[in-house]
Design a binder for this molecule. Structure first.
Ligand code: FEO
Length: 170
């Protein structure tokens, strides 16, 4: 059984993960309109991952005697200036999510809820991977420069396919 405080902070996280999914979906739709098919595929896959994170938190709260609440979601932006700004926003958002996962870990320690602290460790590791993946994209953008966005878009597609490959064969 989880405490009210843990239930509340996970319900807040459910909203954040759902918003992340909608934010990346909005970015994917924008990228499609801009002709960046590879980037759009990466962002669509990311949106699905964030939805799966939200579902994990929902299932956990309900499995541990709490009540998951499906919230309203704030409308994400529909325009993102350019590709570089878009991925900088992804990184900024992922760092914000990393901080909020760390807040859950800290509250678990304070509440002596070592079960949830152990469970949420999966997200701690996931955030390392997500920030690393976005940093790889920002590095690629910097190296290729603004004149090579066609190549960048193809590379992002290849990166996503490489990341997805082990999951497909599992
Ligand atoms: Fe679920 Fe990318 O944080």
């Amino acid at each position: 059984m989880i405490s009210n405080k843990i239930e509340d902070i996970i319900n807040i996280q459910i909203e954040k993960e759902g918003y992340s999914s909608n934010l990346y979906l909005a970015m994917a739709s924008w990228a499609e309109n801009q002709g960046f098919a590879g980037t759009a595929e990466w962002l669509h896959a990311q949106a699905e991952e964030e939805r799966s994170h939200m579902l994990k938190f929902i299932a956990y709260v309900n499995d541990r005697g709490g009540k998951a609440i499906i919230p309203d979601f704030k409308k994400p932006p529909s325009d993102f200036v350019d590709i570089s700004t878009c991925f900088k926003q992804v990184m900024e958002h992922e760092r914000y999510i990393t901080n909020s996962i760390n807040e859950i870990v800290a509250l678990c320690a304070q509440e002596r809820d070592f079960t949830t602290q152990n469970w949420v460790q999966w997200f701690v590791n996931e955030q390392i991977q997500e920030e690393k993946s976005v940093q790889g994209i920002l590095d690629k953008l910097r190296l290729l420069g603004p004149g090579n966005l066609y190549m960048f878009d193809r590379d992002v597609l290849a990166m996503r396919q490489a990341e997805a490959a082990p999951a497909k064969t599992a």
